[in-house]
Every structure is written in structure tokens, then in C-alpha cells.
Design a protein around this ligand. Structure first.
Ligand SMILES: [Zn+2]
Length: 483
């Protein structure tokens, strides 16, 4: 049995782990590494789509490996005299996809559509929502590929990728490999862990997860299931391993409610589009403070896709809760069909409506839509609620600084003095992460007692040594063999 780590080593995201056991080979996720990609690219400096895989392979963003990529993309390489990889029938039997965040799913776009993707029904719905509102591009072909053997996009043939739906605790087989999917909580619906029964023992792949929103009974059930499963290798995420604080969504609710309650005029809020639990919190606050929750096109589209798939209902959000939700009809010159459909089918409000009636609205605007404030004209009686993660990269910090300048420009509330530098302002924040804290992680590992621990999706893998006696430290592209 072999494990090869093509990504997700000493970094958050980009997870691409190849598991080979006897005659079966599968990938555990096939994500985009934002960290690696940002070494070479930024906005307006992107991999050249017309060259297909070329830029990605050159810069090590994708592994140089035969038997995994789309034939149309390989044929572009060959036309350009790049003979690094030849096309052959897939050497991979499947991809098991833990959840729909693009640092786990994004680069599936490049893979041969003959390779089936095993994931939850919710994850397919999430990917579907993202694919509608993201611009059409080579990196947005997870669900449907547009064959690049002709250059004219209108003449290209389309092909749906094969998705096989897996269900909580229902084992399935990929060839001889038995796999048990375990539904787990994360900041996106449909996240799963996978227990893989290999010839050399059981592997647990954690995906991204948190335990803080689960009831004590459910947590104990999970611990005892994993303990009984006798885990040989735990592939464990450690995004927040250095963070000891355990927060709950209920605390986010209380903090945000207090801020909204004391706001005389408009509340503008930013949250992560995929986070249904946060949407539910904001909806509750809007209801209690008698405000209309106004959402941009992409957020509205996401929620409607979740609604169609029964995911809102499953999360305790009813259709009647949408009575006080409106689509924020941002002015545009051209509209995509999905945007026109939303405008036709749902109640809308404009910047003029909000400007003359600020007290009645809670408006969702993220960084890329912040210019709308110019039309809405908020002032010191309005509040900016930051319900999203703290910046954790240099680029995010630069964006955050720009964002703060917008809030300062309009003299809105929502900023406070930075503890470390009183001259600087930072956002008051109401947010909890989708990732387990270091403190809970130590408990999780202690309870399930894996024989070997392999840190993934973590910047500080050495921290795991404080929690387990047998931790394997990895390098990118390293292959581990277990005999
Ligand atoms: Zn995630």
C-alpha cells in the first residue's frame, strides 16, 4: 500500500493524495493550492487557458502524471511539442471528494471524465451552485467539461463528469477497496470523512471538519465508531492547530445581534457564500431586528440551488423564512441568463430603495461588490458587520486593509483599535471557523487512538507531535510505502 502526497503538505488546501493498494488506485480530493498558485499568479496574471495543462505542469501546480488527465488537454500539449505526458486510459479508479471547497475540489476540472468522483449529494449541489455563478473557464469544469479539441467555444462538445453519490455510514467499493463515508460538520454542507479499508489496515481521511457544533452524544458516537474501527493511519487536517479557542455559532449570533440592535441605519454584512449556518444566523438576526435581508446575485443563486436540493430544509430553514429576503439588483450592462432568471422570479431591491430606507435593510456585500456603497451612501449611523474569517495570507491582509479604507471613507461603525498597534484600525468580527481547534484536535486524537498520524492541510505539522507519539512529517510529492 502506497500514499503519495501531491498537495496539502505544509499548506492549507491543495489536497491531492494518491492511495494505491494492490490493483486499486484512488485520489483523496484533487484541490487547487491557492498558496502554490499565488507564488506565480495574481489577479490579471493567470495560467494561459489556451495552453491547457502546460503552465500548471511547468510550475508544479499539477502533478506530472500519466493516466489521470483529459485527452483534449494532453492533445494540446502534443500539438505544442510538449511530450512530457502521453494520453492513456485512466490509471485511477476514482476520486473520493470530501467536500466542495475549491481547495479540495477545484482541479478535478483537469481530470479525465472517465474517472468517477464519489461524493455526497450536497457536495454535488454546492459544486453546481458554484459552477453557475463563477465565470466560465478551464478551472470551472468540475461538473461539465467543454472539450478543448476545437478552439471556438461555441463548437466545443460538452461532457458531464460521472458523479457517484455516497451516503452517511453506507459502505461502498471502488474495485476491492471498501470505503465508509462519515458525514461531518464543516462550514459548507455535505462534508465527509472517509474510512478506507486497505490491505495494510484502516486509513481515516479527515477532510476539513469541526466538532464544536455537534451535540455531546453525537461526538461520543463518532469517537467510539473510530476507536472500534482501529485506525492504522489518520490523515488529519490541522488548519487551526495553534488556536485553542472554541467558539460556537450561538456566540456569533449573540455578538452580531448586539451590534445590529444598536445600529440606527443600514447594516452591511459579509460572510462566506457557502456557509449555510451563518446565513441562518443572519436571517434570524434580520428577523428579530425587523430588517429585510438583501443578497447579491451569487449568494441568492447559491441559496436557491440549496433550496432545490432540500439542503435548506435539512438545516432548518423554511421557504417561509424567505419572505423577508430580497435579491439586491445591482446595476449591470449585461446579465447572464441565471441572473436574468433570478430578477424575473424573486423580489428585488435596488441601491435607491436601500438609500432612502436604510433602517429597514441588512445588505450582504463582499469585497468585490463594495463599490455599491457609493450609491447607497451609508454614514456614521450605519454598521459594517464582518462575519468572515480573519486574513491568513499577505494578499488577504492587503485586501482587508482596502476594505477598511472603504468603511473609514463612509465613516461607518464596525472598526476598533488594533490591540497590538493602537494607531491601526481592525474590524470588529463575528465569526467562527469551519475547522477544529487545537484543543479539540488533541482530544479527538486521544479518543480515536490511531497508530500513525500524518498531518495534512496544516502550516505547522510539527505541532501534531505534541498530540501523538508517531507522527510522519512529509515533503511535497513524497511517497510513503506501508508493507
Ligand atoms: Zn473546507
Amino acid at each position: 500500500m502506497k500514499l503519495t502526497f501531491y498537495g496539502g503538505v505544509k499548506e492549507i488546501g491543495g489536497t491531492k493524495i494518491l492511495l494505491e493498494d494492490k490493483n486499486t488506485a484512488i485520489f483523496l480530493d484533487f484541490g487547487k493550492s491557492y498558496h502554490e498558485s499565488s507564488k506565480y499568479f495574481e489577479e490579471f496574471l493567470n495560467p494561459r487557458v489556451v495552453h491547457g495543462l502546460k503552465d500548471y505542469l511547468e510550475l508544479g501546480l499539477l502533478p506530472k502524471k500519466e493516466g489521470i488527465y483529459r485527452w483534449d488537454l494532453i492533445s494540446i500539449l502534443h500539438k505544442e511539442n510538449e511530450k512530457k505526458i502521453n494520453y492513456c486510459e485512466p490509471k485511477i479508479d476514482g476520486i473520493i471528494l470530501s467536500h466542495g471547497h475549491l481547495d479540495h475540489a477545484g482541479y478535478i476540472s483537469f481530470l479525465d471524465p472517465k474517472i468517477p468522483v464519489y461524493t455526497s449529494k450536497e457536495t454535488v449541489a454546492v459544486l453546481n451552485a458554484f459552477s453557475i455563478s463563477r465565470p466560465k473557464s478551464l478551472e470551472n469544469e468540475i461538473l461539465e467539461i467543454s472539450l478543448r479539441d476545437v478552439e471556438d467555444p461555441k463548437k466545443r462538445k460538452r461532457r458531464r463528469r460521472k458523479f457517484k453519490i455516497v451516503n452517511n455510514m453506507k459502505p461502498f467499493f471502488i474495485k476491492d477497496l471498501k470505503i465508509v463515508p462519515i458525514s461531518i460538520d464543516h462550514s459548507l454542507p455535505g462534508a465527509y470523512m472517509f474510512l478506507i479499508k486497505t490491505s495494510k489496515g484502516n486509513i481515516l481521511y479527515s477532510g476539513d471538519f469541526r466538532l464544536s457544533e455537534l451535540t455531546e452524544i453525537r461526538k461520543q458516537k463518532i469517537y467510539s465508531f473510530f476507536k472500534k474501527a482501529k485506525i492504522k493511519i489518520l490523515l488529519c487536517e490541522g488548519t487551526r492547530i495553534k488556536d485553542q479557542s472554541i467558539l460556537t455559532e450561538q456566540e456569533v449570533y449573540k455578538k452580531a445581534l448586539a451590534s445590529v440592535k444598536k445600529t440606527k441605519e443600514l447594516v452591511v454584512v459579509d460572510y462566506s457564500i457557502g456557509d449555510i449556518m451563518r446565513f441562518k444566523t443572519l436571517l434570524k438576526i434580520a428577523k428579530e431586528t425587523k430588517r429585510i435581508l438583501a443578497l447579491p446575485y451569487n449568494y441568492f443563486n447559491y441559496l436557491m440551488t440549496m433550496e432545490k436540493n432540500g439542503i435548506l430544509k435539512k438545516n432548518g430553514i423554511r421557504k417561509s423564512d424567505f419572505k423577508k429576503v430580497m435579491l439586491y439588483a445591482k446595476r449591470k450592462i449585461t446579465f447572464k441568463k441565471w441572473e436574468r432568471d433570478l430578477l424575473k422570479n424573486f423580489k428585488t431591491c435596488t441601491s435607491d430603495d436601500i438609500r432612502v430606507n436604510k433602517r429597514n435593510f441588512m445588505l450582504v456585500l463582499n469585497f468585490f461588490q463594495v463599490q455599491e456603497l457609493i450609491d447607497i451612501k451609508p454614514d456614521k449611523n450605519s454598521y459594517y458587520l464582518r462575519a468572515i474569517t480573519e486574513p491568513h495570507s499577505e494578499e488577504m491582509e492587503i485586501s482587508e486593509e482596502r476594505f477598511i479604507n472603504w468603511v473609514k471613507h463612509f465613516k461607518m461603525q464596525g472598526l476598533k483599535k488594533d490591540k497590538d498597534n493602537p494607531k491601526r484600525k481592525v474590524f470588529e468580527r463575528a465569526h467562527i471557523s469551519g475547522h477544529i481547534s487545537g484543543k479539540e484536535l488533541a482530544e479527538f486524537i486521544k479518543k480515536i487512538q490511531p497508530e500513525i498520524l500524518i498531518p495534512i492541510h496544516v502550516e505547522f505539522p510539527e505541532e501534531f507531535k505534541k498530540m501523538h507519539k508517531k507522527v510522519i512529517m512529509l515533503k511535497k510529492n513524497e511517497c510513503l510505502e506501508f508493507n
